[in-house]
Design a protein around this ligand. Structure first.
Ligand code: AVI
Length: 316
């Protein structure tokens, strides 16, 4: 596998910084070790987690139109590709319009990229897969352009895991690797009733709870911490003012946790929370503002019948 690796930062400083703050927090990028990525894949199959299947259905219904709108002679890059399970639909539509296509999936997980590469090479032999193991939030490394128009994919509402200012910073970094006329397909979850949103982030089988607690499993294993997993509970809340779902880990008792690898001791009060993730839910106006501030203009939007999820084509 030809992987162009960019150093993935050590987790120690991130953990030390987040747990020393008030309120305490841990960055969502810590979710995605091999176990966390596998749990996330399970989340995407849950009955309550409508995001993945709704976005997939939108892509299945409109991929040829999306690709035709993006333009001719495309090369494709994908931020946070993961296992790229929905990308085939778009790549297949590209390869119906051109003989070959270079596809550059970028992700922090080498395991997920290796799986994606193997599957895509078998399914779409005309595709030139060039995976990049990188944390695209720390700077984007891409192979130089091959003369084609660039189509960037940023699917799954992953943009929603960034606060508004950070989301704009990520999109601006991407914009620097694009020329005027290049296209971005951006998937965003949309604001809706909390009776739909909350179960999507607190499912009956407890997979999302395990995904959230996997952060603590990681700190125990990688940093020698002594978090007692039975004494932290998964909490999902809808913050209407910020239009976001928040995930937290709440200590059910007063306790002291030590993290030897970073020389940190943390005293938790009963009920004290570690904020682990935000997942923003957008309106059309919020998407326009975010894209506009990042150097893109929204050209078209495709959505599902219920208006739960949207895929936007934006022009650089
Ligand atoms: C990856 N990201 C878009 C997911 C989301 O819905 O915000 C992560 C996730 N967190 C809990 N469930 C899924």
């Amino acid at each position: 596998m030809a992987v162009n690796a960019l150093a993935i930062p050590e987790i120690g400083p991130l953990v030390s910084d987040g747990l020393s703050r008030s309120p305490r927090s841990l960055p969502p990028k810590l979710f995605y070790d091999a176990a966390g990525s596998a749990l996330f894949d399970r989340i995407t199959e849950l009955p309550e987690y409508y995001l993945t299947r709704t976005e997939r259905a939108i892509l299945q219904s409109h991929a040829p139109e999306m690709i035709a709108t993006a333009g001719k002679a495309l090369e494709v890059v994908e931020l946070g590709a993961g296992s790229a399970s929905k990308t085939d639909i778009l790549l297949d539509a590209v390869l119906r319009r051109q003989l070959r296509c270079r596809y550059c999936p970028i992700d922090v997980s080498p395991e997920a990229l290796a799986l994606a590469e193997k599957r895509l090479r078998a399914a779409l032999p005309a595709l030139r897969v060039r995976p990049v193991v990188a944390d695209y939030t720390n700077g984007l490394v891409l192979p130089s352009r091959n003369g084609h128009r660039r189509l960037a994919l940023y699917l799954g509402s992953s943009i929603g895991n960034f606060d508004p200012a950070d989301a704009i910073a990520v999109l601006r970094k991407l914009r620097r690797h694009m020329r005027s006329g290049d296209a971005l397909l951006l998937g965003t979850d949309l604001a809706k009733s909390k009776s739909v949103l909350l179960p999507a982030y607190d499912d009956a089988q407890g997979v999302t709870a395990a995904f959230n607690k996997n952060m603590l499993v990681r700190l125990n294993r990688e940093l020698g911490a002594n978090f007692d997993l039975d004494r932290f509970r998964h909490v999902a809340v809808w913050n209407a003012r910020e239009s976001r779902i928040e995930m937290h880990l709440e200590s059910t008792a007063r306790r002291t946790v030590t993290i030897p690898a970073i020389g940190l001791t943390v005293e938790f009060e009963r009920g004290e929370r570690i904020h682990t993730e935000n997942s923003y839910k957008y309106t059309a106006a919020a998407v326009d503002a975010m894209l506009g501030e990042s150097g893109f203009r929204r050209e078209r939007t495709w959505s599902d019948e219920r208006g739960w999820f949207a895929v936007h084509l934006a022009r650089a």
